[in-house]
Design a protein. Structure first.
Length: 256
């Protein structure tokens, strides 16, 4: 799959972090991008590009009907969807303790509704559209869904039971998704980043943020541009499918 003006990308969590960085790089290469987020995006950013190549819509991925409408709107605006990046996510740290009232069903539901069910529903409606496109194509095309897991999918720190469980589910759903959708030419890959210089990463206490940098082989956190470069590599590597990989500089989580 080529990254050029013929590519249409649907991105969740696009107002900041990984989603925004990927959007910037794709737009610079002429791709058309349908950007969504629960939070508003920087309006000045949108003015840098022609309106016929970038669209932003507010979308809460816990709203299944909203997801369906956004997919339909993307197709109405751009005619197709080729690539999906499921980067909408939330981190809810909570220590498992009988005295910690933060560890509640409400927090568990919020984290799973956004990270797991939201990712699944975006993938489902995008895949349905991709199948329609494949059926109309004169020759088989390559389509791609990229889920965003985490190093916490398999190596969570203490206080990360809820988040780790949700991201573990995202990683676990990737392979069966790929097996279900491969016959339609739809690839599914899961990126599992470590700690990056994103708003989510920087939300950690300063001492913890510095400690996690020391836990990588390079002694630093990742930059969002490095995530974007890896994402673009997946887009272009058309035999990469059904797998997850770490983008974490071999991060070894200490007990903090």
């Amino acid at each position: 799959m080529k990254i050029d003006q013929n590519l249409v990308a649907f991105i969740t969590g696009a107002s900041s972090g990984f989603g925004l960085e990927v959007a910037k790089d794709l737009l610079e290469k002429g791709c058309r991008c349908y950007l969504t987020d629960r939070d508003n995006i920087d309006s000045e950013f949108l003015t840098r590009y022609p309106k016929n190549i970038v669209i932003f819509r507010n979308l809460d991925v816990t709203d299944e009907e909203g997801i369906k409408n956004a997919i339909e709107d993307c197709v109405a605006q751009f005619g197709q969807i080729d690539v999906v990046l499921n980067s909408a996510g939330v981190n809810i740290p909570a220590y498992l303790s009988i005295t910690d009232q933060k560890f509640s069903p409400l927090l568990i539901n919020k984290c799973f509704n956004i990270n797991v069910i939201g990712t699944f529903n975006v993938s489902k409606y995008a895949a349905l559209q991709m199948v329609k496109q494949q059926n109309k194509a004169q020759e088989k095309k390559d389509y791609l869904i990229v889920n965003v897991g985490s190093v916490a999918s398999f190596n969570s720190n203490n206080g990360m039971s809820i988040y780790g469980a949700s991201k573990g589910a995202v990683a676990a759903m990737t392979l069966p998704m790929a097996r279900d959708l491969g016959r339609y030419g739809i690839r599914v890959v899961c990126m599992c980043p470590g700690i990056f210089d994103t708003p989510m990463g920087k939300s950690a206490p300063e001492n913890l943020y510095k400690a996690t940098a020391r836990g990588t082989c390079l002694g630093r956190h990742g930059h969002p541009s490095e995530f974007s470069h890896a994402f673009q590599g997946i887009v272009e590597s058309t035999f990469m499918n059904g797998n997850h990989f770490f983008l974490d500089s071999s991060f070894a989580t200490p007990s903090l």
